[in-house]
Design a protein around this ligand. Structure first.
Ligand code: CMP
Length: 140
C-alpha cells in the first residue's frame, strides 16, 4: 500500500443542490486527509484544458457548458491507495447505473451532471492537481 494524492471536484450541480458538506464528509469519514480545498468557477479556457482528453467527443460541448455553469469545490485528498479507492467511492460515470452506496449512485441521475469528478490514475492526479492548485495552496 502506498500513500497517494488525488484530485476530487464537487461539480456545479452538487454545489447548487447543497451537497458539498455531505460529499466532503464521506471522504473524511473514510479516512482521507484534505490537503487542499477551494471553491472557484471555471473559465471556458481552463475547463477545455482540464478536460482536454475529451475534446472532439460528442459530449464535450455539453460538458464544458455544464462545468462552467457555476462554482465547483476542488480538493486534494491524501491517503492509502487514494486514486483507486476514491474512484470506487464515487461510482461509475453514469449516475443512473452507478451502484447505490457510491456517491453518484446515491445522488446522480445523469451522465453529464454526475455530482463529482476524481482523477483516474496517479499521472492524471498529478496533472489535475498542478493545473488547479498552486504549490502554496497545498498543505504539508
Ligand atoms: P468526469 O468523471 O468528470 O469525466 C468526464 C465527464 O464528461 C464525465 O465525468 C461526465 O460529466 C461527462 N460525460 C458526459 N457524457 C459522457 C460520456 N458518454 N462518457 C463519459 N463522460 C461523459
Amino acid at each position: 500500500m502506498t500513500v497517494e494524492r488525488t484530485y476530487v471536484m464537487i461539480k456545479p450541480d452538487a454545489v447548487s443542490r447543497g451537497l458539498v458538506g455531505e460529499i466532503i464528509s464521506r471522504f473524511e469519514r473514510k479516512g482521507f486527509k484534505i490537503k487542499a480545498l477551494k471553491m472557484f468557477k471555471f473559465t471556458r479556457e481552463l475547463a477545455e484544458e482540464f478536460y482536454a482528453e475529451h475534446k472532439g467527443k460528442h459530449f464535450f460541448n455539453d460538458l464544458i457548458e455544464f462545468i462552467t455553469s457555476g462554482p465547483v469545490v476542488a480538493m486534494v485528498l491524501e491517503g492509502e491507495n487514494a486514486v483507486e479507492t476514491v474512484r470506487i467511492m464515487i461510482g461509475i460515470t453514469d449516475g443512473r447505473r452507478a451502484s447505490p452506496g457510491s456517491i453518484r449512485g446515491d445522488y446522480a441521475l445523469d451522465i453529464t451532471k454526475n455530482v463529482v469528478h476524481a482523477s483516474d490514475s496517479l499521472k492524471t492526479a498529478e496533472r489535475e492537481i498542478n493545473l488547479i492548485f498552486k504549490p502554496n495552496e497545498i498543505v504539508d
